[in-house]
Design a protein around this ligand. Sequence first.
Ligand SMILES: Cc1cc2nc3c(=O)[nH]c(=O)nc-3n(C[C@H](O)[C@H](O)[C@H](O)COP(=O)(O)O)c2cc1C
Length: 176
Amino acid sequence: MTKLLAVSGSLRAVSVNKAVLEACQKLVPSGVSVSMYEGLAGLPPFNPDLDGPKPPQKILSLRKAIGTADGLIISSPEYAHGIPGSLKNMLDWLVSSVEFPEKPVFLINTSPHSERITPLLMEVLMTMSARVVSNASLTLPLKGKKLDGEGIAKHAEFGPALTASLTNFIDAINAV
Ligand SMILES: Cc1cc2nc3c(=O)[nH]c(=O)nc-3n(C[C@H](O)[C@H](O)[C@H](O)COP(=O)(O)O)c2cc1C
């Protein structure tokens, strides 16, 4: 079983970034699972003083979730030309972790207008020694379309595009 962990950079209840990750859950082939990381809003603000031998329990849980995942899917909005604070906070907690380096990452951008978010995340993730699978990463014009996960998965254009990227990502994971 290939286990993927999905992280939405938006905490909104009805979020297009969350919806595209739900579409991924529906589109992966058998033998592959996508679980949603639900802990983003509850993580403490990153503080190097707390990042010692006994980090907070929520950070241990985060690192365990990352460690047991074969790959990470991140879909994030762009906020004020930057990475949303809650997502950057999670990444900061992973900088010194043993679980994160070499982790395969698939980036999804739900708006072509948000042209900064993918390069910004690439820069941070490469600095953290993630293995960003660039032939999987994709931008889809989903913002404002009011589609839920099922609507995205069944859409004539978006469903096949996501499936192709997921296939590239799973192939890249299995190639190592
Ligand atoms: C505080 C804030 C700042 C934003 N800044 C940008 C921005 O710099 N560039 C951009 O393309 N969209 C920006 N947006 C629009 C978000 O990208 C848009 O709300 C996002 O698609 C919503 O995703 P969600 O439905 O997953 O929450 C901003 C939105 C908020 C709330």
